[in-house]
Design a protein around this ligand. Sequence first.
Ligand code: B12
Length: 289
Amino acid sequence: MSDFGTRLKNIRKLKKMTQKELAEMLNVTQSTIANYESNLRFPGEANLKEISDLLHISSDYLLGIAEETKTVKATGVVDLMKLKEDLLEALLKSDESLATKIVIESYVNGAVTHEVIDQVFHPIMVETGRLWETGKLDISQEHFISDVVERLISLIGIQMSTDDFKHTVMLISPSGEEHVLVLKMMKEIFLEEGWRVFNLGKSIPVASIAFLIEKEDIDLIAISITGKNNLNGAEHLISAIRNLGIFKIPKIMVGGQAVESEVQAKVFLGADYYASSFSEMRKIALEQF
Ligand code: B12
């Protein structure tokens, strides 16, 4: 189980609060909060109660007295496999509040965004698709799960306390592509790596892409294509971007189920990079920029 300081820091970050903001709310200095989070000092009874009220978490939980979550190993490491199973079970029972609680607790205990997206949310969506395909899940349940997962992804979004971004990425899908949840997952992965992100979704006019490239100095355009029938749209989009006549054309990376299932796609799309998974995408982002 993680210590008090780490738990406090994780839950503060999850609530998207800076040390300064929490300190102001508690009427203490920022260094007091920093000391709490480094386990150099501990709050008195009154302050502990105030912290737990402000962060909506029980003081027993902050102190580590409350029962360990099922998803946390005794070592304090989040068991992602267990997290995935528990979360899927809650989603299949349409229990959104339990699903939210499971995800929040895993973050309080130090879960890392790109790991949760890669090893929890992605497989949950794949399993959802499999259950729907085999007639074990109604479309209404599939839509419910997509909506809750989308909300949970926003919930775990990292706190943006910096405007000193390393690079800038634009995320898009070709028009007609309804699978945009994947773009939200990609957004959190890039944010975690310190990138500035413009998630523009599907059906974005080329003129608007040009406008943003000139305005924001975009380094990378990442395009996700799921439906095979959207490959042509993606190809046109990429060649239109290449022919914009702009001084600095950003690098283009493609990925998605359609690219994986169509061997030729990697060639005819004409992108600079192709990756078959989020971890490969992250590797390119880290190594090539
Ligand atoms: C949720 C879902 C929906 C939701 C989407 C909600 C949303 N807001 O996104 C809704 C209900 C709208 C939907 C609609 C449809 N869907 Co649907 N859907 C799914 C489901 C269950 C999950 C999709 C998802 O989010 N997966 C999670 C992401 C993270 O996985 P991923 O896309 O594979 O991404 C990985 C890699 O491909 C890669 N990657 C992806 N993008 C990128 C981009 C870059 C740059 C890089 C580097 C890497 C990368 O990294 C990821 C992680 O490793 C899948 C099942 C499945 N197996 O995926 C079906 C699925 C994708 N859908 C499918 C179909 C057929 C449809 C519909 C045609 C159904 C219909 N008859 O209406 C429509 C299509 C509408 C349209 N015009 O696009 C098929 C697609 C088959 C195909 N490839 O053509 C699937 C596979 C289900 C199936 N087996 O039949 N769907």
